[in-house]
Ligand binder design. Structure first.
Ligand SMILES: NC(=O)CC[C@H](N)C(=O)O
Length: 220
């Protein structure tokens, strides 16, 4: 499984993401700088978390317009798998690969804590090794993770089983609609999520709850 991790100025989770991908898949991801115009040949692109462009304008708004995102968007529309985590979720949503928008957390504070995450759809490239309904512990660290969309979009996301992850046990840290923590596009090839599964896979992290998510990539 060949993967690429995209790096923008201000991104700070790329190393954690690359370590997680390498540790589970056994294959070292290629690091792709934002000014590049063409992705290497890979099976999966991950847009990691952090503070691209200092979160100016809106989180992810500037990164979404960088050269590499044009190629990612074009290839995603042809079926390339894309995973966006936290700032990466914001970036791919700003790029139009996922519907809706991530706005300021409801209480206007940056949150950094563990949440409970329910796997709502286990028929995806990032959840197929986990039973549906499984609740995992996972860290979040964001200021703009409050997912909103129009009622029609929400109805479609819920009706088509495109809510992949939901905050469970009253741990919604940001006020996101319907406790939405992660969604996918219509064809299931693009997934975005606010929590950081890459930080919950080694005994040193305290727990390994999210390792099976990465293991899912091997079966996809
Ligand atoms: N950890 C992250 O990726 C944070 C994303 C973004 N900078 C925010 O605060 O919402």
């Amino acid at each position: 499984m060949k993967s690429a991790v995209v790096v923008f100025p201000g991104i700070n989770r790329e190393r954690d993401m690359m370590l997680a991908l390498e540790s589970v898949t056994g294959s070292r991801p290629v690091s792709v700088w934002h000014t590049e115009t063409e992705l290497p040949k890979v099976d999966l692109v991950v847009v990691p978390g952090g503070f691209s462009y200092g979160d100016y304008l809106r989180c992810g708004a500037i990164a979404a317009r960088s050269p590499i995102m044009q190629d990612i968007r074009a290839k995603a529309l042809k079926g390339l798998k894309v995973l966006g985590v936290c700032n990466g979720f914001q970036i791919i949503t700003e790029a139009g690969l996922l519907p809706g928008v991530l706005v300021r957390n409801k209480d206007l504070r940056f949150v950094c804590r563990q949440v409970k995450l329910k796997v709502e759809n286990n028929q995806t490239f990032f959840t197929n090794k986990v039973a549906r309904g499984t609740i995992v512990s996972c860290p979040v660290a964001h200021g703009e993770g409050n997912y909103i969309c129009d009622p029609e979009t929400l109805k479609r996301l819920e009706g088509d089983n495109r809510v992949v992850f939901r905050y469970a046990e009253n741990t919604n840290p940001n006020g996101a609609l319907n406790d939405i923590a992660g969604i996918m596009n219509e064809s299931g090839t693009v997934i975005g999520m606010m929590p950081h599964p890459e930080n919950m896979i080694e005994p040193l992290h305290g727990r390994t709850d999210c390792r099976p998510l990465f293991e899912s990539l091997l079966a996809a």
